[in-house]
Write a protein that binds this ligand. Structure first.
Ligand SMILES: NC(=O)c1ccc[n+]([C@@H]2O[C@H](COP(=O)([O-])OP(=O)(O)OC[C@H]3O[C@@H](n4cnc5c(N)ncnc54)[C@H](OP(=O)(O)O)[C@@H]3O)[C@@H](O)[C@H]2O)c1
Length: 213
C-alpha cells in the first residue's frame, strides 16, 4: 500500500471478516453521496438495497439524516428495514418508478433504474447516483444537465483513506454494520465468484485465509 493509501485501524468491536467487509460498499456509497451533495432531511431511494453498495448506502443515508426507502425482493425486506430504511419496496410486487412517489436522491446500485426510467421519480433538482450504468446512459449525462434541473452522477468511486477512517469510526460507535452473506475459504474462491455473479448476494461475500500463528 502507498503511505497515503486507504488504510484505517481495525475497529476493536468488529471481527477481521467484518472489517474486511467495511470498505467496498461503504467507500462507494460515501463517495457518491458526497458528489450528490446529500443533505439531512432529504428523501433517498436505494435501488438494490440488499447488495454490497446498497446495504452501506441505506445505513449511511440514514446516518446523514435522510428519509430512506430501500428497494429489494421479498426475502430481503426485513434485512433492509433493520438497516434503517423507513420504507421498503418489494420490486417483485411494486415498480417504484410507477407509484407516484418522488425523491431528492436515487441510488441505482443494480442498473435497472437509468435516468430514462427514474426521472419521473426524481424531484426538481433531484440527483440520480448511477453506481452502475451502461455506456448509452453515461453518454446522455451532459444532455440531462443541459436540459433539466435534475442531475446524473456516475463514474468510478474513489476509495479515500479519510472515508475508510470515517467508516471505521462509525462502526466503532455501533452506527455502521457491514453485512456479511457467505464466507468461502481461499481454495473455493472460484465458487465464491460464481455466487457473487448470480447478482443476488446480500451485502458482502468474504474470502477467509488460513494462516500459521
Ligand atoms: N461506480 C463505482 O465506482 C462502483 C463501485 C462499487 C460497485 N460498483 C458496481 O455496483 C454494482 C453493485 O455492486 P454490489 O456489490 O452492491 O452488487 P451486489 O451485492 O451483487 O447486488 C446484489 C443485490 O442486488 C439485488 N437486486 C438484484 N436485482 C435487483 C432488482 N431488480 N431490484 C433491486 N435489487 C436487486 C439483489 O437482491 P435480490 O437477491 O433480492 O434480488 C442482491 O441483494 C456492481 O455492478 C458493481 O460493479 C460500482
Amino acid at each position: 500500500m502507498p503511505e497515503d493509501g486507504a488504510m484505517a485501524l481495525k475497529p476493536a468491536n468488529l471481527t477481521y471478516e467484518e472489517a474486511a467487509a467495511l470498505s467496498f460498499g461503504g467507500t462507494t456509497a460515501l463517495d457518491f453521496f458526497r458528489r450528490g451533495k446529500l443533505q439531512s432531511g432529504e428523501k433517498v431511494l436505494v435501488n438494490g438495497a440488499s447488495g454490497g453498495v446498497g446495504t452501506a448506502a441505506v445505513q449511511l443515508a440514514k446516518h446523514f439524516g435522510a428519509d430512506v426507502t430501500g428497494v429489494c425482493s421479498t426475502a430481503n425486506v426485513e434485512l433492509v428495514r433493520s438497516l434503517g430504511a423507513s420504507h421498503v419496496i418489494d420490486y417483485t410486487k411494486e415498480d417504484f418508478t410507477q407509484n407516484g412517489e418522488t425523491y431528492d436522491v436515487i441510488v441505482d446500485a443494480v442498473g435497472t433504474a437509468p435516468f430514462s426510467r427514474s426521472k419521473a421519480s426524481l424531484k426538481e433538482r433531484g440527483r440520480l447516483l448511477m453506481v452502475l450504468g451502461g455506456l448509452p446512459d453515461m453518454l446522455r449525462i451532459p444532455w440531462v444537465s443541459m436540459t433539466s434541473s435534475k442531475k446524473v452522477i456516475a463514474g468510478p468511486a474513489t476509495g479515500r483513506a479519510e472515508d475508510l477512517r470515517f467508516l471505521a469510526g462509525l462502526a466503532e460507535a455501533g452506527e455502521f454494520k457491514p453485512v456479511i452473506d457467505r464466507r468461502y475459504p481461499f481454495e473455493q474462491i472460484a465458487e465464491a465468484h460464481r455466487y457473487v455473479d448470480t447478482g443476488h448476494k446480500k451485502g458482502n461475500v468474504i474470502i477467509t485465509l488460513e494462516h500459521d500463528d
